[in-house]
Design a protein around this ligand. Structure first.
Ligand code: 5CA
Length: 144
């Protein structure tokens, strides 16, 4: 694949499965990697958090934003909610739209990189483009 959601894709045979792998392959900081993390609302719906690679998502903050308990999704739920397997989940372009929260720390960078659907592909974009692509709500979700 040479293009994902209108962005040119870079392929790294050595792998971009984790944020650390992706940063090493690209030669950028881990903070510039967009982690696309799927959570499951207590009511059953998927909730995607696109977080800076250097952050940990604070589930208490996320629950406050979601208005109900949330838990980390398992691999099967991730696949059914997005159409992609863990390690390659992109921030958008899912089989059906997924409610999304964007980690505000990503807005500090000029350029960020997200998975393009596989554990070997990524694409660069700006934080504004990420917000537009996901239709996400920008919020403070990181543990401090
Ligand atoms: N390709 C890179 C970034 S470009 C990537 O996808 N990184 S990631 O952080 O978004 O995806 C890996 C994440 O998947 C991990 O941070 C972890 O939260 C989650 N994960 C890994 N293994 C499992 C698992 N067995 N069950 C549920 N979630 C998992």
């Amino acid at each position: 694949m040479t293009d994902f959601l209108g962005h040119p894709v870079s392929t790294f045979p050595e792998g971009t499965r984790t944020a650390a792998d992706a940063a090493a392959a690209i030669g950028c900081s881990v903070g510039q990697i967009v982690k696309s993390l799927v959570f499951r609302r207590a009511s059953g719906a998927a909730l995607l958090v696109v977080a800076s690679g250097s952050n940990r998502v604070d589930e208490a903050r996320l629950e406050a934003l979601a208005g109900e308990p949330v838990g980390k999704a398992d691999a099967e739920f991730v696949r059914s909610a997005t159409g992609f397997a863990i390690g390659g989940v992109p921030p958008a372009g899912h089989t059906a739209p997924v409610e999304t929260i964007v980690d505000e720390d990503l807005l500090a960078y000029e350029e960020i990189w997200a998975a393009a659907g596989t554990p070997r592909t990524v694409f660069p974009l700006s934080p504004d483009e990420l917000v537009a692509l996901t239709g996400g709500r920008v919020a403070d979700v990181a543990t401090r």
